[in-house]
Design a protein around this ligand. Sequence first.
Ligand code: MRU
Ligand code: ZN
Length: 208
Amino acid sequence: MTVKTDEFFRKADQLIAAGRFIDSKGWVPATSGNFSAKLSDGNIAITVSGRHKGRLQADDIMLIDSKGNSLDGKKPSAETLLHTSLYQRFPDVQAVLHPHSINATLTARLFKHEIVLKDYELLKAFAGINTHETRISIPIFGNDQDIPRLADKVENYLDRHDHAVYGYIIAGHGFYTWGASVDDALRHLEALEFLFDVEIRLHGVTRL
Ligand SMILES: CSC[C@@H](O)[C@@H](O)C(=O)COP(=O)(O)O
Ligand SMILES: [Zn+2]
């Protein structure tokens, strides 16, 4: 059994705090969502499957290797592959957060394939953006209980788009976002939530 390092416990604390905040906003109801953070040795701290993500305790964060294999006998998130494939593709990504929010769900009903966010000051919350005069696109994928197949769809999209991608929505499910630290990913999550909310109000739930 792999020994858990101080770094593991530090990152686990960050994920627990992030979960408390995300849940305080109502974005991870009823055990939904999952969170992870990469460690310097390439292993990953990730939420144990089925736990309430707003009420995480230290033993609700477990250790997996870069391929998603459990290193401590616990059962990782059912959506672990969506995390590990992002770490594999983007070496700078250090944290991945997955909420199930009402706004992500409504956005997918309104926009079908992608949502374009442009001319918002809050776009500057995304790493590398320093003006509102820009646009980002958040793709929307159909939900799928077959996680390897869903991960393939995400991979395929990322293969075809070389601009910065800050997240993606899974229709009727939630969204994924990531960053160079747990704080970075949390900032992206909060910004996306705000921008989804604005777009929903703008385009009107009456079209649903
Ligand atoms: C409560 S249903 C949500 C799950 O099916 C899943 O989508 C999810 O986000 C949480 O799964 P988990 O295995 O706890 O990481
Ligand atoms: Zn989910």
